[in-house]
Write a protein that binds this ligand. Sequence first.
Ligand SMILES: *Cc1c(COP(=O)(O)O)cnc(C)c1O
Length: 398
Amino acid sequence: MLKQPISFEPTGRLQKLPPYLFAEIDKKKRELIAKGKDVIDLGVGDPDIPTADFIIEALSAAARNPRNHRYALDQGMPEFRHAIRDWFQHRFGVKLDPDKEILPLIGSKEGIGHLPLAVLNPGNVCLIPDPGYPVYRSGTLFAEGIPYTMPLLEKNRYFPDLDAIPADILKNAKLMFLNYPNNPTSQVADKAFFEKAVAFAHKHRILIAHDAAYSEMTFDGFKSPSILEIPGAKEVAVELFSLSKTYSMTGWRVGFAVGNAQVIALLAKVKSNLDSGIFQAIQIAGMTALQEGQKTLEQNLKIYQERRDLLVQGLRDLGWKIEAPKGTFYVWIPVPAGYTSAELALKFLEELNIVVTPGNGFGPNGEGYFRISLTMAESRIMEALDRIKKSHPHHSKL
Ligand SMILES: *Cc1c(COP(=O)(O)O)cnc(C)c1O
């Protein structure tokens, strides 16, 4: 026993992380469930649809092969990288070199978190969308980079105003995160936006990391382009893909980075010092998903689209003015006048036993909005609509 116990305090790096704003909601939710309340969780961004059987079968078979029990190659199995190359060529018409331009990841979050360590020196600026996926900021802070917020405003259709970024920031900026289809706003981007972004990156000599975690989660015939379809993009961009949402494989931890060969090599160098690749059986299952998953993906998209239509129509019938999102499985909704995001989320939870995500949890510019996730069965969405309707029969206030 030490006479004077050591106190392990959070490092400056950890102290710089923004506070976790969902803690109060999480706690309340657990309390209500413990009290036996029927809580409808429309907060989680995690598919409720299970992984398809053929992917599980591929995993099981591969797990039984002792060849797959050993350390995987840091750069991923050649078979998996070839499958990614073929999928990418077929999906986007873009050719990738599987040895230099493709790097499997332990989920795209891992790549997003590690990329700043590979490309930022301390004090370099990283441009971050706000509201946005929190890992852009934490990854930047861990690398001792300086996050600079690009507001995604409704009046700009949730695109960053690149021309509004001050020159002195741009001088020091080395990296910019973008994310379309976007979490949490559910906005999708067309090629014209990526053309603008690539031209901007060329002009200011900035690396773009495009988070394409929802690349396949689109509706109404909209196909999300790859930033690498833009001529010259490979000089300034990498793109991060994930099998998580696409094939209902969040728990499996598998995704990949593609694009600029130098940056891919730098990221691979960071990773080879921190992890030792993805379990090969999961790589084989991931390969199977990319090769044979199209039908399953389309079936799942149909389910999400039906849920989306049900929710959007239901809320419209109650007097809410919302658009049907063309991408992701989220609906981003303005908070009615008189509430903050947190107040509305708390009201929904306490009075209706419905969990929604307050927008300010994704950054200050998410204030005034909340996010509903379509990862619940239609019957639960209907029940949620019913509760909203009953609590506000005149639907004038809410
Ligand atoms: C879910 C999500 C990710 C992470 O996905 P994984 O591949 O499971 O790590 C990355 N970016 C955004 C915007 C997400 O919503």
